[in-house]
Design a protein around this ligand. Structure first.
Ligand SMILES: [Zn+2]
Length: 246
């Protein structure tokens, strides 16, 4: 009887030991799979410098889907983005829906124009894209017809570009100036339950609350076990237009 009790206690101890030692390991394995890709569209702007400072303070990298801006300040920002280890993505030179979505050729020319500017300025030719309005936007229909986005996405993929929509919107474009709280809350609720997240934010003069929300967003995502990475041609992507829908 005494032996039996001893055995039960030993077995229980072993179980507790196994459970307590495996739990942190299991949690670490799960959290290391969680990756957040922060993305900033439409820059450079007056906000870029502050965004870069915050990223630097937190030791994390992000992806900037930029447009064709040629001021000295913009060129300095292109340099800072690259020099500080972030990634540049192509968001078209003009960001003008009527111009870029008129035809496949017009879109290609606009993307190429920005890539030339970036190559001349910082020696980088992005092979990653974000379509203004997202790959499923309907505004393009006005200038290019209902099937323009499928035609463009097909052609750009054939040319070797990968494109990225988003699965977490910060909703900072839902109002001219969205409240900081709404931006933070939206990232919190939209990221819930997702292992890999592409977070849509905007780098624009007017988006001051995005900059204010950024430290809280980063801190929340870190606490939730996310690591941060930049997008690349072979990284995780999220696309509104799935191949089956094209
Ligand atoms: Zn945009």
């Amino acid at each position: 009887m005494k032996y039996l009790i001893c055995s039960i206690i030993t077995a229980l101890c072993t179980m507790i030991c196994v459970v307590s030692s495996s739990s942190p390991a299991a949690a670490a394995a799960t959290s290391s799979d969680k990756i957040a890709y922060l993305t900033f569209d439409d820059g450079p702007s007056k906000s870029t410098s502050r965004i870069l400072d915050i990223l630097q303070e937190n030791g994390i990298k992000a992806t900037f889907f930029v447009t064709g801006k040629t001021s000295e300040h913009s060129k300095q920002m292109f340099h800072r983005i690259v020099d500080e280890g972030h990634t540049l993505g192509n968001h078209t030179y003009s960001h003008d829906y009527n111009r870029i979505y008129r035809s496949v050729g017009a879109f290609k020319a606009d993307v190429e124009r920005l890539n030339r500017l970036l190559e001349e300025t910082v020696g980088v030719r992005p092979n990653i894209l974000r379509y203004p309005g997202g790959s499923n936007n309907h505004l393009s229909w006005r200038s290019g017809g209902r099937h323009i986005m499928s035609a463009i996405t097909r052609e750009m993929s054939a040319l070797g570009y990968q494109y990225f929509d988003w699965n977490v919107s910060s909703t900072d474009a839902a109002a001219v100036i969205q409240s900081k709280e709404a931006i933070v809350d939206s990232v919190k609720s939209n990221s819930s339950g997702k292992k890999q997240i592409i977070v849509l934010m905007h780098d624009m003069d007017v988006k001051t609350t995005t900059v204010e929300a950024l430290p809280e967003i980063i801190s929340y995502l870190k606490q939730s076990g996310y690591h941060f990475d930049v997008l690349g041609k072979d990284s995780f992507t999220f696309q509104f237009l799935r191949p089956g829908n094209r």
